[in-house]
Each structure stands twice: as C-alpha cells, then as structure tokens.
Ligand binder design. Sequence first.
Ligand code: BG6
Length: 508
Amino acid sequence: MSNGNQTDPAVLVIFGAAGDLTWRKLIPALYDLYLDRHLPGWFAVIGLDRREMSQQEFIDHLRDGVNQFARRGKPDDADWATFSKALVAFMNVDFTEADAYRQLAERLNKIDELWGTKATRIFYLATAPSLVEGITRQRGDATLAQDTARARVVVEKPFGHDLASAQSLNRKLTAAFDESQIYRIDHYLGKETVQNILAFRFANALFEPIWDRRYIDHVQITVAETVGVEHRGGYYDRAGALRDMVQNHLLQVLCLIAMEPIISFDADEIRTKKVDVLRAIRPIPPAEVHRLAVRGQYAGGWIRGEHVQSYRQEPGVSPESSTETFAALKLFVDNWRWQDVPFYLRTGKRLPAKVSEVFVEFRPVPHQAFPAAAVQDWRPNRMIIRIQPDEGIILRFQAKHPGPHMNLTAVDMRFDYEKAFRQGAPDAYETLLLDVMRGDATLFMRADQVEAAWGVLMPVLDVWAGAHPGDFPNYHSGTWGPEAAQVLIATDGRSWLLPTLEEDVERT
Ligand code: BG6
C-alpha cells in the first residue's frame, strides 16, 4: 500500500533464490517495479541457494522467468541489461552453516561501502518452511539483524502447520528480530481488489450504515481454482485446502469485510481491527465440525474440454491420501455488528472456474408493496466484490422492466477496474515488495493475526485429522465440490451463488 514514502537504498537477499517463487514471482515483480521506476536508485539483489549455479546461469534463469511472468511482458535487451545489473551475486551456500552468514555479512558491508550509505537489508525467506527456523537462528547469531531500523525479514506462508507450530515459529522469529522487522506475507493482501475493500468500506458514506446484521442476510467468500496441485504435491499433501487457503487468504478477506471502521490509516490500527474479527469468530465445537465444515477431494474429470487426473494420481501425492483439496465452512462473528449473520467460505482446486469473490446478500425489503405478479423475478440486493479475474464490484438491485406493466427485474450496476482506471493492476508481489522496502507493514500479518487464524481452524483440523474421510475422492474435477458443501448451505435455506463470470454479466 504505497504511502508515497521515498524508497531508501535497499539490498534484497533471497534465500532459496534458485526456487520457483523467485523465478515466477519475485524477480518478475521487481522487473515491473523497475519499469515503473519504483525501485530505489541504489538497489541490489543477492541470491542464496543450496543449488549449484554460476552467476551467469542464475541471471539467465531469472530472465527466463521474467520473459514468462512479467506483467509488462518480455524485456528488451536494453531494459534487461540495466535491470540485471542489480542482480549482483549468486551465492551457493548451505543455509545451516554459520560461514554462509559471514560471507553474506561481508558482501553486504561491501555494498554499503560502495554506496556510501547504510542500505535497508531485506532477508526474503523463499525457502521450504523447514529451513526457516534454522536460517532465522543463524542470521540472528551473525548479527545481520541487529539494526532494527534497516534489517527486515520476509517470511512466506505456510506460517506453521497448526497453532502450536506457528507459535513456536513466532517465538523463534521474535527471538532473532523485533516484531517491527518481520513481514509475514499473505499475497492476497497485496491484490488491488483486496486492498480496495478498505477504500470501498471506509471512504464511502453509502455502504457503512447498512453494513451489519440489520441489512445483511449473509456473506459468501469463494476462492475457486481450476488448477490441481501442479508440481506441489509433496507440500500440498501435508497441507490441504484449509491450511493452504482458508487459514490465510479466505480469513484475511473475511476480516476486511467484517472489521470495524478504522480510526487512522496506520498499519497497527488496521491489523488490530482485523485481529478483533478473528477473535470474535465463534469457536467451532468439535461435535459441530460435521455440521459447520465440509471437506472434499477431487476425482478425475473434465475441465474446459480437457480430462484431468484425480488428486491421488498427482505426483508427490499418496495414492491413499486423505488430504482435502476442497473446504467449505460456516462461521459466525460474535459481535454487535454481525451477530447471527453466517459467513460461508469455500475454496477448492479443480473447480469449474478460477474466480475469487465475495457475495454480500442483503435482507429482503421489510414490506413488499408491489403486486405478486410484479415481483415474480424479485431477488434480494446483492453486492459482489470480484477479487479476480475481471476485478470490480457489482451491485444488484431491482428495476422496472420496460413495458406497460409494473414488472420488477434484477439488474446489475458494475464497476470494472480496468475500464475505470484504464490500466492493469500491479501484481500482488510488486505491491508487497515495495511495501517492505518502504517499511510499511499494513499488508502483512502480525504474529497475533496468524495465531488467531490458526485458533479458528484448530477444532476442524483436529477433528479431520482424527477421522478418516470415508468418501474421498468425493467430487469430480470440473464441479463445484462435494454434495455435502451444498447441504452445508442448503440446510439454512440458501445456496451458493454461482460466480458471475464475465459472460453472465454481459448477458444480464
Ligand atoms: C497460494 C496457494 O497461496 O495461493 C496455492 O498455496 C494457490 O495453492 C494460490 O494456488 C492461489 O493464488 P492466486 O493468487 O492464484 O489466487
């Protein structure tokens, strides 16, 4: 969330620099920031990895990633030549060896000398979670982290495996770093449309007065993906949809929808208001898990005319896996604003569409004054916050259908990001990397947020871990998840709203 600050000289040290995240996300995002002139004048990247690679191989590998994934497309030679000057070193090191940190400290000191300044040092942990603790400890010992004003550490998810491991990781991180130095990434928070929820709610007088239990019937948050686990079967099979998506992305979106108005645009103020939501979520008693949570796993099936295999056949996945690739939950936020308003959350892989959106369904009008024939097509007001794709907001309301009779019909009013601003949104990683450089932690997770989010899910994780799902796989690829997910919401007399894909909007 750019606050207009100047960006000081910075060195980004990437642990796991030969990995997928660096190749696919970090360097393409940095390249786009460079094109948009957002990188500081003095900027360097040092890559560390256990994988052997020469400096030139490293640079070529990164260019390949930029070619494929940069928002602004394949770089021309001149741009790449200038940008790649920032990729100053690739160090082939063992993260568990103290010597790696001594070498790194030397490099960093040399850069400071050369630039004649004390650059911000950003340690980006793009490594397997199992390495994070070791790196943290070593770096603390190597005194690289002591200057709290300029040393920052970025930690990728998964942030722990459950509440106890997240607490333990937080303890280790805070032993080596001050909380103000720690940037826990949830890339959903870097998405423009997710940030826009704050602007939408708190910069407009129109919606906040009706944003509560008196006017809102229920909220649905859907994050659907068409992809399977791709090449991440090994990680995913130990995680599952609840840990991989709900603990972070979906609960963060829920927080933004449900939080109380902020007093100031301050990182801690915003984060505190979000933690308040997580703490207000009604605990799920173990005996109620079967009623309030649904899990699913995809079987083979068809997605857009292509046959795809079942989860259990994916590389790195156990053929008897009981890991969920779909999860749906019904939650309540126990406070004055939201008492008894259900929040239905669902996410899954191999669903029919890639779409992330929030539906807010309003209550019916208190008195229906129109004749029965006029309201045959009547539907409640509905707001759709489309996070991706076709980013925007749709407001559905009733209008008189043209003609001699008073017939009401539902119509959509649509705000479309791209049409309104005539420019594409930056990638989430561009926003987040720039924020770390500027020291703005608003869009990052504080320790208590992460732990509170785990706290919400622990009863479900525990019950699921203790009971083998008898019916897996229980949904075909290319469908909206298991039957039980329909039952979860149908028992309340409601249904999941099918995402409004672009073609539907065109039709209405
Ligand atoms: C990641 C998950 O955090 O988010 C992935 O680990 C998932 O499993 C991805 O595919 C989805 O992100 P996006 O930005 O494509 O919605």
